[in-house]
Ligand binder design. Sequence first.
Ligand code: GRF
Length: 187
Amino acid sequence: MVKKNACVFISGRGSNLKSLINKSRDYNFPINIKLIICNNESAYGIKHAKKNSIPFLIVDSNNKIFERKIIKEIKRFKISLICLAGYMKIISKNFIKSFGKLIINIHPSLLPKYKGLNTYSRVLKNSEIMTGCTVHIVNEKLDDGKIIAQKGFYISSKDDAKDLERKTQKLEYKTYAEAIINLYRYD
Ligand code: GRF
């Protein structure tokens, strides 16, 4: 199997990044992570790039031309898949067009419900029975685009927002990996 070159975008903790790096060590997993983009210089997740000697680029997303800088690096590393993993910035229409290949994102809710931030507290406030996570193709709208994988679990009456976060994140690692495997299943 010829693995695809992937790039992961992060802004914070990077636990999904860590999980993807671990999965990509499997010769059967369809991607290698060749580049990491981060728009927060104090993000904990950069540690995973350093520890695994994966090239990373820290960008200032307040700078007008930051996406152009990213595109340049992405071309240099021949990236064919971008995985957003806790990247707290909306990808512009222009960027999607310039890249021209697949961009996917993981979101901590059962989309199309609960787009945006603070999903866990909103889920609890609405007394939902279930929650979970979704992997979707990125378009220029927030947490929109075709859903390619989704997993859920039942909420217990004892669960608070922290519990939901812990349970959802555990499920995210599995769901993200499965979504990527499915993308290249017939390659
Ligand atoms: C995840 O819950 C993901 O769904 C959301 O941001 C969080 C990132 O967590 N988009 P981490 O940085 O991967 O630990």
